[in-house]
Design a protein. Structure first.
Length: 81
């Protein structure tokens, strides 16, 4: 599996939205988990949407594809599953 650190796109979304210091060992070693494949119960998806909105509110990042950066960051750093 490709890692976030091995992907120029995923690394750029993390760096652009959270800064260079966000590219920690945990993030760069994390496998890429596509935000486009998110599924779950209504309650779980409601919680997921809240986490994603919190990430946007925190970063105000509007880079095309930044939802993927939010998704990875939330999973690795917040333990969202």
């Amino acid at each position: 599996h490709e890692t976030v650190g091995g992907s120029a796109f995923n690394s750029r979304w993390i760096r652009s939205c959270y800064g260079d210091n966000a590219l920690t060992k945990a993030i760069t070693a994390a496998p890429i988990v596509c935000s486009g494949t998110t599924a779950g119960t209504v309650g779980a998806l409601d919680a997921y949407i809240e986490v994603m909105l919190e990430q946007f509110d925190r970063t105000q990042c509007t880079l095309h594809g930044s939802d993927q950066g939010f998704h990875v960051y939330a999973i690795v750093c917040s333990g969202t599953t």
